[in-house]
Design a binder for this molecule. Structure first.
Ligand code: OAD
Length: 244
């Protein structure tokens, strides 16, 4: 802990990579692990373009349920700690695999969303991306105004789909420049997001994992802090408080 606080105080460029564990203490279930979503739901039936093509209502019902959970969730002390880091560190980038938008609610501005945004829809015909905050979306599946047959899909990245190119390029740039890379609440098994961790290691960033459990990349990082985001991030970020 002393070491990471020192690295944070000395760094001009900090990148934080988050996964579902970052939102766990806000009440949003993770994907993997004992009570993870993929224990109860089959990813290929819900989070693929093929699933949406064959059962759009089923997919939307699942996203409606997640939107209801997320709408009730509030950022926790860990999100607020990241907002403090952004305020105090010269170059701060949050790269997230999360689609819940809690980072923005906590006031974090420089957020790269690798897996999209659950509060957006994309038209499968005209491609328009729009904000949609209706909870739950009442008439399923929702349609676009561009054509009577045009379905709207959730604005998230599904298995088998490419990541948004601009976000990805900016994330790679940020990690290449990072002096400190904090990896919070991700199982580090979903590619290509996980490759940002190896990129940071290769580029000589100090790499610190914050996760109650080990991941396949734990041993390659400089430090593994075994604990929860809402507890450890405030303890780290307080190094930036004037009196610290
Ligand atoms: P996972 O569900 O795979 O992993 C969550 C990680 O968070 C696990 O390693 C937990 O140990 C850790 N964790 C749990 N509670 C925590 C806490 N309070 N503080 C810190 N860590 C905690 O989630 P991701 O790695 O984000 O993609 O999963 C990556 C992608 O796989 C997701 O974006 C999603 C999923 O399928 C798509 O839907 C495309």
């Amino acid at each position: 802990m002393i070491q990471v606080r020192r690295w944070l105080r000395d760094a001009e460029d900090v990148v934080v990579l988050t996964g579902a564990g970052m939102s766990a203490e806000s009440g949003i279930p993770t994907f993997r692990g004992a009570s993870g979503l993929w224990k109860h739901f089959r990813a290929e039936e819900l989070a693929t373009p093929q699933a949406f093509a064959s059962q759009p209502n089923l997919v939307w019902e699942w996203y409606n349920w997640r939107r209801e959970l997320i709408a009730e969730a509030k950022p926790h002390a860990g999100h607020r700690a990241l907002a403090l880091m952004e305020e105090r560190v010269p170059h701060f980038t949050l790269v997230t695999q999360n689609v819940d938008g809690l980072d923005a609610v906590a006031g974090i501005r420089n957020v790269l969303k690798l897996h999209g945004d659950i509060w957006q829809t994309i038209c499968t015909r005209c491609g328009e991306r729009r904000e949609n905050r209706e909870v739950p979306i009442s008439s399923l599946p929702p349609h676009c105004q561009c054509h009577p047959d045009a379905l709207l899909r959730p604005g998230v990245v599904w298995f088998g789909e490419a990541l948004p190119a601009e976000e990805w390029d900016l994330a790679v740039d940020a990690v290449e420049n990072a002096e400190l890379l904090l990896v919070v609440g991700t199982s580090a098994v979903v590619y290509p997001a996980s490759s940002l961790i190896t990129l940071g290691i290769r580029n000589g960033a100090h790499t610190v994992e914050i996760n109650p459990h080990s991941t396949p990349l734990s041993d390659e990082m400089d430090l593994h802090l075994a604990g929860a985001a809402a507890e450890l991030l405030p303890a780290i970020a307080s190094a930036l408080e004037p009196e610290a």
